[in-house]
Design a protein around this ligand. Structure first.
Ligand code: ZN
Length: 185
């Protein structure tokens, strides 16, 4: 892996490629700022999924859908290094353990703040719920708009991509899916 100094130098090379000059005032500290911003944009690599989902509580017999919807997220498309952002809806049906609701949002962040594609984020979140909570079902729906489609290529500003991953009872039973969709809409 490159160190920080090499990463800043690489940004300088790219600035030179774009404009042929990185010495003007507005660009002088740009390499530093860009690399600084990475500690937030790519913070997901520092997150430990198991510890996020480890603080669980007794469900006390609750066996309905737990849904956290409209979780805003921001990620980076690994194909173009362009941002993509939108909302995630994360649901599960507990068997006997429930997880603190804010952990679902942290789980989304842990996957979004990496080099990603939307399909992988969707699947990984659902898989983490299955692995760590052993629920009756888990469901993840993500709606996002992609910078790489808005400012380049086909230049579609308002198209939204939707992905979903349905596990357990959400995969097997259309009634469970229908109830979930009713709660989300
Ligand atoms: Zn892209």
């Amino acid at each position: 892996m490159s160190n920080r100094q090499e990463a800043e130098e690489a940004v300088r090379v790219i600035l030179n490629y774009i404009e042929g000059d990185h010495q003007r005032e507005g660009l002088l500290d740009t390499p530093k700022r860009v690399i600084d911003s990475f500690s937030e944009i790519y913070a997901g690599y520092q997150e430990d999924i198991e510890s996020i989902l480890s603080s669980t509580f007794n469900a006390e017999g609750y066996d309905g859908i737990v849904l956290l919807k409209d979780i805003d997220f921001h990620s980076t498309c690994e194909h173009h290094l362009q941002p993509f952002k939108g909302k995630a809806h994360v649901a599960y049906i507990p068997v006997d353990r429930i997880v603190g609701i804010s952990k679902l949002a942290r789980l989304v962040e842990a996957h979004a703040r990496r080099l990603q594609n939307q399909e992988r984020i969707t699947q990984n979140i659902a898989q983490d719920l299955v692995t760590h909570l052993s629920p009756l079902g888990a469901a993840v729906i993500i709606e996002a708009s992609h910078g790489c489609m808005q400012c380049r290529g086909v230049k579609k500003l308002n198209s939204v991509m939707t992905t979903s991953s349905m596990r357990g009872v959400f995969f097997e039973k259309s009634e469970a899916r229908a109830e979930l969709m009713h709660l989300i809409r």
